[in-house]
Ligand binder design. Structure first.
Ligand SMILES: [Fe+2]
Length: 308
């Protein structure tokens, strides 16, 4: 049986943690990225900690196309204004933040500004800090089309980063609020979103991040970078990147774009607070309570008030 060696690289820090803290919310600069990875690679820091594992052409085009078809129009018609530092806005306000094309599926634990407004007006709140994402609730058949790609990412996670996977998967088994049988509660889809330097928050601290990209049209650039280590990964359609998203990361700009090009990025994760709030809860019971709540919310927006 053959054994294929994967390229291994060990990188030193070119900025301290304190320097990186000051870089939060700034753009990744092409001059600070000395290495761009385009082939199967395992990357560690000089302490031997895994920074990322990258594998080319691991995801099937059928699952990729199904995912794209399921989520594209929803994401593109729902610009999100609430992405914190990933798009460079320090002040969270629905009025001033730049719109980015971003959507979530699965389950969530934070309420949107619009929903908070409803709570204040109605003096209500769901009993439990959990929400079913609108895409999952309103488009169940599209949700089913998105699950196979996320299941493949789950399987690759188990194969490529088994220690972190096991810790996350144990948590996933303690909640019914997962996407299919994966260890993910939530998946974020972004379109043409050049993230600034940021740290992921809200995901499972014991876990590892992942990223898949779906392309339409052509472009260059857009690499996912760890500027502290001067490295970027050119994640292309079909590739999978498992990366330490608790290290500062962000994207380089894209260039040479064809008209109407799309770079859709897919990130699936376990939201720690979804796990915390849903442990021991029955999914169907919580969903029926939320549905009742959602009904009230719809009436509120239709009539400006709710009959009690
Ligand atoms: Fe991120």
């Amino acid at each position: 049986m053959g054994y294929i060696m994967v390229k291994e690289i060990f990188l030193d820090e070119q900025y301290t943690d304190a320097e990186m803290y000051n870089r939060l919310n700034t753009e990744v600069n092409v001059n600070e990225i000395h290495t761009i990875i385009r082939e199967d690679t395992d990357c560690y820091n000089i302490h031997g900690e895994l920074l990322f594992r990258f594998r080319k052409k691991k995801l099937s085009s059928g699952e990729i196309d199904d995912y794209y078809d399921a989520i594209y129009s929803f994401t593109n018609s729902n610009p999100s204004c609430n992405r914190g530092t990933a798009n460079g806005d320090k002040i969270k306000s629905i009025h001033t933040n730049k719109k980015v094309y971003s959507s979530i599926m699965g389950y969530y634990d934070k309420f949107s500004p619009k929903l908070k407004y409803f709570f204040t007006k109605m003096k209500v709140k769901p009993l439990i800090g959990l929400l079913e994402c609108r895409f999952t609730r309103e488009y169940p058949e599209k949700m089913l089309k998105a699950i196979p790609l996320l299941t493949s990412i789950h399987n690759l996670y188990e194969e490529l980063v088994p220690d972190k996977f096991t810790l996350q998967n144990q948590k996933a088994h303690e909640t019914e609020f997962t996407i299919g049988n994966t260890c993910f509660t939530t998946a974020t889809t972004n379109i043409n979103f050049q993230t600034r330097v940021h740290l992921d928050k809200g995901d499972c601290p014991e876990g590892f991040g992942n990223l898949a990209v779906i392309e339409r049209g052509t472009y260059n650039g857009g690499e996912t970078c760890l500027p502290q280590y001067g490295v970027g990964v050119d994640v292309r359609q079909g590739d999978i990147l498992f990366v330490d998203v608790h290290k500062h990361h962000g994207n380089l700009p894209v260039y040479d774009t064809s008209e109407g090009y799309k770079r859709m990025s897919v990130v699936a994760y376990l939201r720690n607070d979804v796990w915390k709030h849903s442990k021991g809860q029955k999914l169907n019971i919580v969903l029926s309570k939320l549905a009742n709540f959602e009904e009230k919310r719809k009436l509120f927006y239709q009539n400006g008030k709710v009959a009690t």
